[in-house]
Design a binder for this molecule. Structure first.
Ligand code: KIV
Length: 290
């Protein structure tokens, strides 16, 4: 049985830490599920770690739906969160309803994630009233990276911290079932986590959140462009893959691959008959001689 938003909320009331990992394809989704994460986020970080852009802004709704459909289809247990990309929900509540409906109907995800605090609260209220569970996302919202002037920690001063707190309350009051807190100081995340009834899921938000989310490629050393301070590399898979590919290239160059083991043979009689046939064809001139 797939996890529900209520299961996730219950984990907060029972003080059970929640783990969420991003995944974008069948391999990453199956690995995340087997490892036991409660939620998989099909995040628009795919713009950076899969598509190679320097931000998430170029990612389109069609691309998000394409990846989310794969992840939802190949998994059974984790709650699947479909990330709503840049400007897919900000133009109007009507646009948000139509686009989130596409995400749910075409990708078959259980819920959506929407970036933005106070200003997105009316839209979050419309979505939840219409039956679409929303995970909110505040603090550093990567789709607004150019407004922030970079991937910077948010809420370090009293005034900005109060704005983050207002954002958190606004999205909870609007009906969000959970909240991603990105790049906020640990003490501020703790205050928010204590004040809210809904679970907080942190990324670069310290240890006091109700759960943690990380990017698949970051924790496995697969991104290799830069390593955010908030991440930890649990396995050096990138180096392993590189070594594997280098070995392949070398063996091909030295004609050591493939060997008999990776090849397919032919019945000797069939082969002899083929050779005779080819010789006859050559003799008759029905094939160009080689
Ligand atoms: O798109 C994403 O992967 C995210 C996480 C960084 C929370 O929004």
């Amino acid at each position: 049985m797939r996890m529900t938003v209520r299961d996730i909320q219950k984990m907060k009331t029972e003080s059970q830490p929640i783990s969420m990992l991003t995944a974008y394809d069948a391999i990453s989704a199956r690995l995340a599920e087997t490892a036991g994460v409660e939620m998989i986020l099909v995040g628009d970080t795919l713009g950076m770690v899969v598509q190679g852009h320097d931000s998430t802004i170029p990612v389109t709704l069609d691309q998000m739906i394409y990846h989310a459909e794969i992840v939802a289809r190949v998994t059974q247990k984790p709650l699947i969160v479909g990330d709503m990309p840049f400007m897919s929900v900000q133009v109007s509540a009507e646009q948000a309803l139509a686009n989130c409906a596409r995400m749910m109907q075409e990708a078959r995800v259980t819920c959506v994630k929407v970036e933005g605090g106070e200003f997105m609260a009316p839209t979050i209220a419309r979505l939840t009233e219409a039956g679409i569970p929303v995970m909110a996302h505040i603090g550093l919202t990567p789709q607004s990276v150019h407004k922030f002037g970079g991937f910077r920690v948010q809420g370090k001063e009293v005034e900005t911290a109060q704005q983050v707190i207002r954002d958190a309350h606004a999205v909870e009051d609007a009906g969000a079932f959970a909240l991603v807190l990105e790049l906020t100081p640990a003490p501020l995340s703790q205050i928010i986590t204590e004040r809210l009834h809904i679970p907080t899921i942190g990324i670069g938000a310290g240890r006091y959140c109700d759960g943690q989310v990380q990017v698949f490629h970051d924790i496995l050393d697969l991104y290799q462009v830069f390593l955010p301070k908030h991440t930890k590399q649990y396995a050096k898979v990138g180096d392993l893959i590189l070594k594997g590919i280098q070995d392949f290239v070398q063996e091909v160059q030295k004609r050591e691959f493939p060997t008999e083991k990776q090849s397919f043979n032919m019945n000797q009689e069939e082969l002899a008959a083929l050779r005779t046939q080819l010789e006859q064809d050559n003799a008759n001139g029905s094939h160009p001689k080689r």
